[in-house]
Design a protein around this ligand. Structure first.
Ligand code: NAP
Length: 173
C-alpha cells in the first residue's frame, strides 16, 4: 500500500514512518524539514492524492482539517478504497477547557478548538456516502517534542505499535 504520512520527521509520525516502512509499505513523508508544509493545502493534497492512505498527523493552525476536506473530496469519486487516519487528541474528550501542561490557557483552548474542528470534519465526512474508510485516533500522552511529558506518558514507539496492533489488520491487509 502507498501511504502518505504528514509530520514524519519526529514523534508519532516518525514512528508510523519507521514501523510501516518495516512492514514493506511504500511511504510518502511530508514535513517542513523536507521543504513541504501542510499549510499549503492544494500542493500537499497533490502529493497525497496518488496514495491509498493518509495518516493525517501533523498539526498547524487549521491545516489538518483543511487537508482532510481537500483529500477526502479528491478521493470521493474514486472506484478504489482509500483510508484516512486522523490523529486528534484525548483533550477532545474533555467536557471543559483546562490548561494542557506546557501551554497557556489561551494556547490550550486554541489547540482544543483546532482538534475539535478536525473531529467535526471527520464526523461530517463519515456521514457522507463514499468508499473512504476513516479512523479517528486520540493519543493521550506520548513522549515527543510537542508535549511536556507526564508520568503516564508512553514512548512514540510503544504508542504507534499499539495503534497498529488495534487497527492494522482491518485497514492494511
Ligand atoms: N505527543 C502527544 O502527547 C500527543 C497527544 C495528543 C495528540 N497528539 C497529536 O499527534 C500528532 C503528532 O504529534 P507529535 O507529538 O508526534 O509532534 P512532534 O513530535 O512535534 O512532531 C511533529 C511533526 O510534524 C511536522 N510538522 C509540524 N508542522 C508541520 C507543517 N506545517 N507541515 C508539515 N509538517 C509539519 C514536524 O516536522 P517538521 O518540523 O520537519 O515540519 C514533525 O515531523 C499531532 O497532531 C498532535 O496534536 C500528540
Amino acid at each position: 500500500m502507498k501511504i502518505a504520512i504528514t509530520g514524519h520527521k519526529r514523534g508519532i509520525g516518525q514512528e508510523f514512518y519507521k514501523q510501516l516502512g518495516v512492514m514493506g509499505h511504500q511511504l510518502v513523508g511530508i514535513s517542513r524539514s523536507d521543504g513541504e508544509n501542510i499549510m499549503r493545502t492544494m500542493h500537499t493534497a497533490s502529493l497525497i492524492e496518488p496514495c491509498d492512505m493518509l495518516i493525517n498527523n501533523a498539526t498547524s493552525m487549521y491545516a489538518q482539517t483543511e487537508l482532510l476536506f481537500e483529500i477526502w473530496h479528491r478521493w470521493q469519486s474514486s472506484e478504489d478504497t482509500h483510508h484516512i487516519w486522523n490523529i486528534s487528541t484525548a483533550v477532545c474528550g474533555w467536557d471543559v477547557d483546562r490548561e494542557i501542561e506546557g501551554l497557556t490557557m489561551r494556547e490550550s483552548m486554541q489547540y482544543r478548538n483546532r482538534k475539535t474542528s478536525l473531529e467535526l470534519a471527520h464526523k461530517q465526512l463519515q456521514a457522507q456516502p463514499s468508499k473512504i474508510k476513516m479512523k479517528l485516533i486520540r493519543p493521550k500522552s506520548v513522549k515527543t517534542q510537542e508535549f511536556i511529558n507526564s508520568p503516564d506518558s508512553v514512548t512514540a514507539e510503544e504508542y504507534v505499535r499499539a495503534v497498529l496492533k488495534d487497527h492494522y489488520a482491518e485497514t492494511l491487509e
